[in-house]
Design a protein around this ligand. Sequence first.
Ligand SMILES: O=C(O)CCC(=O)C(=O)O
Length: 317
Amino acid sequence: MSGRSFAFPGDYVGELADCGADPHDPGAVQALQVAMQRDGYLLLRGFADREAVLATRRILLQQMANDGWLAPDDEPDAGRSNPERRGAPAVDSEQPAIAGFYREQPFLPFFARYFGEAAMIYPKILTRVKNTGGRTGVHFDNVYIGRGSPRLLSCWMPWGDVSADQGALAICSGSHDLASFARLRDTYGRHDPDREFIQGADNAAGHFSFHLHEVTERFGGRWLTADFRAGDVLIFPPFTMHCALDNTTDRFRISSDTRFQPAADATDARFMTNLEPREALRHRYRVADGEVNAITMDEARAKWGLEDTRHGLSGAG
Ligand SMILES: O=C(O)CCC(=O)C(=O)O
C-alpha cells in the first residue's frame, strides 16, 4: 500500500494476535467479548472447517479457469493469474457454494452466542478476487453499512491460505477506541457515500486514504496483519479502521466479507438485497463513476479538519 515495500512482520506492519479462546466453546464468550473490546478485532484461527473452505475455493477456481483467468499451464489450485489478462472476475453475491458454506459452517451459532440472542447474516456477501496490484483502501465499515445496528460485526475470510503479501486484510489497531481517532470516527466514519457527494480517495467511494503510514503517523495506532490459513476468520466492529494490502504476488487473493448482527436489530437495506449495485448502492457507484458532481476526499477532509498536509490522497506516498 502506498508504494512502500516492507518486511512482515516488522515495524511498519506487525502481526495480528490470535485471541487464544476457543470460539466454539460456549464458556469462552466473555473472553472473546473482552478481547474484541480491547483489541478492536478477533482473529480466530481455524474457525471454519479447512476442507470445506478449500472445496469452495476449488469451485471458484474452476470457474475462473473455465473463463480464462488462470495461468493456462498451471494447476488451477495454485490460483496463479493468467499473465495475458489484467483485472479480475466478479463473483456473484449469491454464488450458491459461498452462501451454502456460510449456512453450513458454525457462523450463526457463534454470533448468537456472542450477541446473547439470535443472529443474522446479511445476504449481500462481498467476494473479492484481487489480481497482482489489487488492494482496498483504508476505511471504516460504518461508512458503507452504518444505517442499521451499531452492534454489527464484519467477518473477513480468505478462500485458501493467503499470505500477507498476497493482499491480506490489515487492521489499524487502536483506531476503534483511541482518543486520537475520535474526530476521524465522528466525521469521516459517520459520512455516508450513498447520501453525500464525496468521491473517496483514488475515486473509490468511502475510502479515506491509500497511505497506511499517513494514518498511523497522524492518528496513532499500529497496522497489523497475518499470514492467513484456510479456515481462519477476522472479525471486527464498524469503527475499526482497515484496508487490504497490495497483492504483490502472481496468485489471486480470493476472500469474502460478510456482516452479522442481532436479528432483532434494525438492518441496513443496502446489504439486505442482492440487487445490482447500481440499484442497491446507486449514489455510491454514480459518485465513483463521476456521474454526479462530487467533492474529493481531500476536500471533505479539509471540511472535517483532517486534511492531509503532507501529500494529496491520490498522490504517491
Ligand atoms: O477484502 C478486501 O479487499 C476488503 C475487505 C473489507 O474491507 C472488509 O471486509 O470490510
